[in-house]
Design a protein around this ligand. Structure first.
Ligand SMILES: CC(C)(COP(=O)(O)OP(=O)(O)OC[C@H]1O[C@@H](n2cnc3c(N)ncnc32)[C@H](O)[C@@H]1OP(=O)(O)O)[C@@H](O)C(=O)NCCC(=O)NCCS
Length: 165
């Protein structure tokens, strides 16, 4: 990621900008629509990438389902900034938030399988996450025609990978 960009936790004043960025991908169904109000309620769960001028170029959130399981959710990178490592950086920031909260099992339901594969996630059966299915999938209008693919990463296993000599 370019040195003039930095990753930080979101603040309440970011809710409008996060909503605008998220919703640029909602019209064509790539993301769920999220209002500033919905985001403000969960602002402690969001991280952002900001440029030197203060513009938000990327966002993401950690959505907790149990004390040990959370979703890497609402990942969005501004269209002009695609392909510059911001997606990888924002997922890394969401993972750091998960570790800080003692959560080591993170997953994503996504229409971008190549992205999650490229950053080291493993494709898994969504049945592994009954908490997600109970809370969100059962009430979703697309539950019988869902084309999202489930990816997961065990952050504890990552931490235990031995260093090369
Ligand atoms: C998916 C998205 C977050 C990727 O962000 P990005 O900043 O362009 O991704 P990065 O530059 O960090 O790429 C990281 C890796 O993923 C790969 N990658 C990213 N998007 C890809 C795609 N659509 N197809 C194939 N590979 C992709 C990159 O080539 C790179 O691999 P490398 O490190 O081996 O070169 C971005 O395209 C986006 O915001 N899309 C719209 C919203 C969306 O679909 N969000 C995901 C919801 S779960």
């Amino acid at each position: 990621m370019a040195p003039d960009l930095f990753v930080r936790r979101a603040r309440p004043a970011d809710a409008g900008a996060i909503s605008r960025l998220n919703n640029t991908f909602a019209d064509d169904g790539q993301m769920l629509t999220r209002s500033p109000e919905t985001i403000a309620i969960a602002i402690d769960d969001y991280v952002v990438v900001q440029d030197a001028a203060g513009a938000l170029l990327a966002c993401g959130a950690l959505k907790e389902y149990s004390p040990s399981v959370a979703e890497v959710a609402a990942i969005a990178v501004s269209k002009e900034a695609h392909g510059r490592g911001l997606g990888r950086a924002i997922v890394g920031a969401v993972e750091r938030l998960a570790r800080m909260r003692g959560i080591h099992d993170v997953f994503a339901l996504t229409l971008q399988p190549e992205f999650f594969s490229a950053i080291g996630y493993e494709r898994v059966d969504r049945a592994r996450y009954p908490e997600k299915i109970r809370r969100d999938c059962l009430g979703c209008a697309r539950r019988f025609a869902c084309n999202e693919i489930c990816f997961a990463r065990n952050l504890l296993a990552d931490a235990m990978v031995p260093r090369a000599a």
